[in-house]
Design a protein around this ligand. Structure first.
Ligand SMILES: [Zn+2]
Length: 291
């Protein structure tokens, strides 16, 4: 009998101005994705029109981050300005206080399909109460932090990291360009389960070299910042036990309710590794973290 393996998307946002929950579930079903771990929206509705100019810029950005990080990091820092995310000539308002009720409501509507990350911004008061409140709900599995868009030093996450370490729940972090910030939490909270979003953007190769020897640190494969080549390189460098599948939808969408779930999943499926290893990347690694 064939073993049933569960596919879990570890990183996706709820924004029904872009993609309804019903449509999400339709896409998940088509692609055999059993569950999705949701995060509150981080910014205003963001449709990205198809353009070859945009593809060119994305490619250039990846090449720079991989091969000339000093220049790549400058461009990266320029993406966030005055409370807006600036992409390809368009500006999208950043939400500084994440609304976790949106995620809680989505889970209430589809409890079998969704899990939740508690999104935090440590620059707001009542941080600890917020995290405690949501983590008390069994469907909330960890904490998401965004030092890049919210513009703070990784050190600000200390109180939250302490809570997550003691509760044994993971944190997922989208890093800023702060120098060597990827070392700070593992060094101060060695038992903390940590996921660096988007393959560890904006550090990639340097970060992988470090993460390789950190038993509790992982990366996810989500978002259009990455491409199949970078995901493959991450898996080759880190090994299949340290990489988690995620999409980061609905970001990257072109039109309302038209999200292509198959793309990010195909990045994993295309890697030349045994199927059993792909099963770890597509779900088992993440399920192991949230047990
Ligand atoms: Zn995200």
């Amino acid at each position: 009998m064939e073993e049933i393996h569960i596919i879990v998307d570890s990183h996706f946002h709820v924004d029904e101005t872009m993609l309804t929950l019903e449509k999400m579930i339709e896409g998940m079903e088509k692609n055999n994705i059993t569950k999705t771990a949701l995060i509150a929206p981080m910014n205003d509705t963001m449709f990205e029109p198809e353009s070859s100019f945009q593809h060119y810029l994305q490619r250039l950005f990846r090449v720079l981050i991989l091969n000339a990080p000093q220049i790549g990091l400058k461009i990266y820092d320029g993406l966030v300005k005055d409370g807006y995310l600036k992409l390809y000539g368009n500006s999208y308002k950043i939400f500084f206080q994440p609304n976790n009720d949106i995620v809680a409501d989505a889970i209430t509507r589809f409890p079998d399909r969704f899990l939740g990350w508690v999104a935090v911004n440590p620059l707001f008061p009542n941080l600890i109460e917020e995290v405690d409140f949501y983590l008390r709900k069994p469907s909330f599995i960890g904490v998401k932090a965004h030092p890049f868009m919210h513009g703070y030093s990784i050190k600000e996450l200390e109180p939250i990291a302490a809570i997550c370490e003691s509760k044994g729940v993971p944190m997922i972090i989208h890093l800023s360009s702060e120098k060597e910030s990827y070392k700070y939490l593992p060094e101060n909270f060695p038992k903390l389960k940590l996921i660096y979003a988007h393959g560890g953007l904006p550090f990639w190769k340097k970060l992988w070299k470090y993460v390789k020897d950190q038993p509790n640190v992982f990366v996810d494969t989500s978002s259009d910042y990455l491409n199949p080549f970078i995901v493959k390189m991450a898996v080759e460098t880190l090994g299949y036990r340290k990489v988690l599948f995620g999409c980061d939808g609905p970001y990257g969408m072109k039109k309302f309710n038209e999200y292509d779930y198959s793309e990010k999943k195909s990045w994993i499926e295309a890697i030349q590794i045994p199927d059993i290893q792909k099963e770890y990347i597509l779900g088992k690694n993440f399920l192991g973290l949230i047990e």
